[in-house]
Design a protein around this ligand. Structure first.
Ligand code: HEM
Length: 503
């Protein structure tokens, strides 16, 4: 007799096995997460969905991480960051952004004063030179087909500016921000983001076996090589000038106001403080370059998109600039920056709706009582700048509208309602720098160019910063529109910033 038996279906076995593993994992998580769930039970908006938890609450009116009193408590209580930040250490070492809490605590005391008023004022000459160069380059594109405004123009300008001010090397654009450096810089950011977004790449042991890791090491090698060379040359020059007493004198020659690069400040600090090693100096310098480049370029892009889509806003900005500079194309002075109140309101309003860093993370190293619940030790807290900026409860029923005027009535409704630069401990130390550079560039752009864009077609994506998906193409105005603009403002050239290439 022949007995026929069905062959076991390996596919079904695999599925059953995976199901069992997932079930066990879920049961373990459920058991160990019981305390956390009990403590967080009162949290407004803490509705958990399977698999994604409360990730869906990140965008929108999220009460949990964006309520100002809770933000204040979380940001002042916790200085540790979750392990994702450690991915950046291959490049940024223990610089301010990626340093563990204990190292950050030691270094922030020394570095908090590095971008104060007088230091940033000393950079104004560089800001002017870079803004002029940018606007001259943009003018050359006016008769051309659509072109990418972000990479070739805004990102490059901010990278050159931050490198010049952070490292203090004259004519650095030729010697440092080469094509190789720029490509290694942007690729390193891309690779780090890719790792952050792909959970399979998170474990170090797995990641080190991947081709992406090899590429990352190569790119970081290029970046470190440049920083090391500049730092070591500057150190030699610094020591030499200190010895023969010409240090102060030579720096005065670099700019009308006293110019002190970030690197010089670090070199000075290192003389008195042995913990400021060569490696730590490089980490801090690289961190400043990263912290100041992408954020400022993205803010500039969003601001240009906003003014381009709102002629009345652009007109008001133009009027303010004209009231300060008249028809002159002179440099922007620090005194001018204080008078640019509408421009400031415009930048803040852009940052409120489009914060380049939409969310920051903190690790709870102890339990913390919030208004309606307790954050248990071990929780990764996401502080939601985008949610806070869009909250109708905080900003009123017109919270989703772009209205720079709201800033002219005073500051934000609560000190922790505007989170673009974060709040409390580990907040941005480059705010003053960013505002001065942004205002200077806008003056140069708006007094020579007219921007037109389509705000309703704006779609957002998140990579290292929050960005418009297709926002970086600029094209010449159609002839009739161009003529109309010329008749209204004869000294201007017309641009259309197309937000969406597919449109
Ligand atoms: C519009 C431009 C900028 C925005 C929106 C911005 C935003 C932020 C945010 C949200 C943080 C907190 C990050 C976190 O907690 O993970 C931060 C930190 C930081 N930013 Fe900025 N930033 C800008 C410009 C700059 C500039 C120009 C510099 C340097 C010149 C800079 C240097 C830093 C540094 C060093 C930190 C770390 C501070 C610390 O941990 O103590 N930023 N920034």
């Amino acid at each position: 007799m022949l007995l026929l038996k069905r062959k076991p279906d390996t596919m079904i076995h695999t599925l059953v096995f995976c199901g069992a593993v997932l079930l066990c994992a879920w049961a373990l998580t459920w058991t160990y997460g019981r305390r956390a769930r009990a403590l967080l039970a009162g949290l407004p908006g803490y509705t958990q969905l399977p698999i994604i938890g409360n990730l869906h609450k990140v965008v929108g009116d999220n009460e949990f991480v964006s309520d100002p009193e809770d933000v204040k408590a979380v940001n002042n209580a916790f200085i540790e960051k979750p392990f994702y930040y450690s991915f950046g250490r291959i490049w940024l070492g223990n610089g301010l952004v990626t340093a563990p809490g204990s190292i950050w605590k030691r270094n922030i005391k020394k570095l908090a004063g590095t971008f104060t008023g007088s230091i940033v004022d000393g950079y104004q000459e560089i800001f002017n030179t870079q803004a002029l160069k940018l606007v001259n380059n943009l003018k050359e594109e006016v008769e051309n087909a659509p072109f990418n405004i972000m990479h070739k123009y805004l990102a490059y300008t901010t990278l050159e500016t931050i490198c010049q001010t952070a490292l203090g090397v004259a004519r650095i654009s030729e010697s440092m921000v080469t094509k190789e450096y720029y490509e290694a810089f942007t690729r390193t950011l891309e690779l780090l983001i890719r790792r952050g977004l792909n959970i399979l790449m998170h474990p170090d042991r797995v990641y080190r076996l991947m081709p992406a890791y090899k590429e990352l090491v190569k790119c970081v090698g290029v970046l470190h090589n440049v920083s090391n060379t500049v730092i070591s040359n500057r150190r030699k020059e610094f020591t030499h000038r200190k010895q023969n007493g010409t240090y102060e004198h030579k720096d005065h020659e670099n700019a009308k106001t006293k110019f002190r690069s970030f690197l010089d400040i670090l070199l000075e600090l290192s003389e008195a403080d042995p913990s400021m090693t060569e490696e730590q100096i490089r980490a801090e310098v690289d961190t400043i370059i990263v912290g100041g480049q992408e954020t400022v370029a993205t803010t500039l892009l969003f601001t240009i998109l906003m003014i381009g889509s709102k002629p009345d806003v652009q007109e008001k900005l133009h009027t303010e600039i004209k009231s300060i500079f008249g028809d002159s194309k002179r440099s922007v002075l620090k005194e001018d920056l204080v008078r640019m109140t509408y421009c400031e309101a415009l930048i803040y309003e852009t940052l409120r709706l489009y914060p380049p860093v939409p969310m920051v993370m903190r690790d709870a190293d102890h339990d913390l009582k919030l208004q309606s619940c307790t954050v248990p030790k071990g929780t990764a807290c996401a502080v939601n700048a985008l949610g806070a900026g869009l909250s109708r409860r905080l900003w009123g029923p017109d919270a989703h509208e772009f209205r720079p005027e709201r800033w002219l009535r005073g500051g934000p409704p609560h000190p922790a309602a505007f989170l673009a630069f974060s709040y409390g401990k580990r907040a941005c130390i480059g705010k003053r720098y960013a505002m001065a550079l942004l205002k200077t560039i806008l003056v140069y752009c708006v007094r020579e160019l007219e921007f037109i864009s389509e705000a309703d077609k704006l779609r957002l994506k998140v990579d290292i910063a929050l960005k418009p998906e297709h926002a970086n193409a600029t094209r010449r105005l159609p002839q009739h529109a161009h003529t109309q603009e010329r008749s209204r403002a004869p000294e201007k050239k017309g641009y259309e910033i197309a937000r969406n290439m597919s449109s």
